[in-house]
Design a protein around this ligand. Sequence first.
Ligand code: ACO
Ligand code: LMR
Length: 266
Amino acid sequence: GKVRAPTHIVSTICDDRGEEPTYAGVAMSTIIEKDFGVGDVISLLWFKRSLPRYCTKFIEMCILLCADHGPCVSGAHNTIVTSRAGKDLVSCLVSGLLTIGPRFGGAIDDAARYFKDANDRKLSPYEFVESMKGKGIRVPGIGHRIKSRDNRDKRVELLQQYARSHFPSVKYMEYAVIVETYTLSKASNLVLNVDGCIGSLFLDLLASCAMFSQQEIDEIIEIGYLNGLFVLARSIGLIGHTFDQRRLKQPLYRHPWEDVLYSKYV
Ligand code: ACO
Ligand code: LMR
């Protein structure tokens, strides 16, 4: 009989062997003919299925709204400094991307994990937040350096507004909002941030669109797909900052002495 030689790689998302490449079985020509957008392509290549338009539109909104947040944030700062050191595009991009993590942009997966666990265990916001405090963990998805009760994050408002009118259910987002009400009673900058908003709303998307089994949802959350949205989105801005610095012919950056506390005693 036939003996199948063992393969060294298993791959399930894109097949380039036929007449035309396919994304999760969908031919490139279909993607173009049907006017698919980047949200559809993300659905195919990340989730291996076509999601309904309200989901792909939400994914696209996340990409559009997280594409950039000015030159002062960790990622853009690194990219700008790297660009001014004369480095190539990829180096500038990755130096910015490397700052994405639990404090900056990369709190989406953990926000989804903790909000899901707390909501499913029916913890009150008090029980949830105080138990996190007891463990010495900052609540992922809560808190911002410049946004606050009186200076709300427009991105969060826009995503919430969209989800409220298009998602079948927003129960996880509502939970995140009552957590925010509690954290805001402690300090005015402890708002639901864009990571927490996307994390909780993606839970709602996964749970309510009837396209995923519970096992698949658990896998998506466990593997940590959702930070990918921020990484992808912010790459757009970081590439923009690289070009901007080059176009402006900015010289090598050196941080000013006056802005450093040189001290042996801290
Ligand atoms: N949960 C609970 N308490 C918090 C949180 C939080 N998420 N954030 C701040 N606090 C409290 C703490 O008591 C903190 O004191 P500590 O340093 O002794 O623990 C106190 O507020 C002071 O915090 P600030 O100095 O005002 O916060 P900072 O500006 O340094 O941090 C940050 C902002 C990094 C976003 C923080 O709130 C945090 O770690 N949040 C969780 C991670 C997160 O969601 N990051 C994504 C941000 S959005 C984005 O990057 C796109
Ligand atoms: C961002 O999107 O980069 C931010 O929310 C972080 C910030 O400090 O503005």
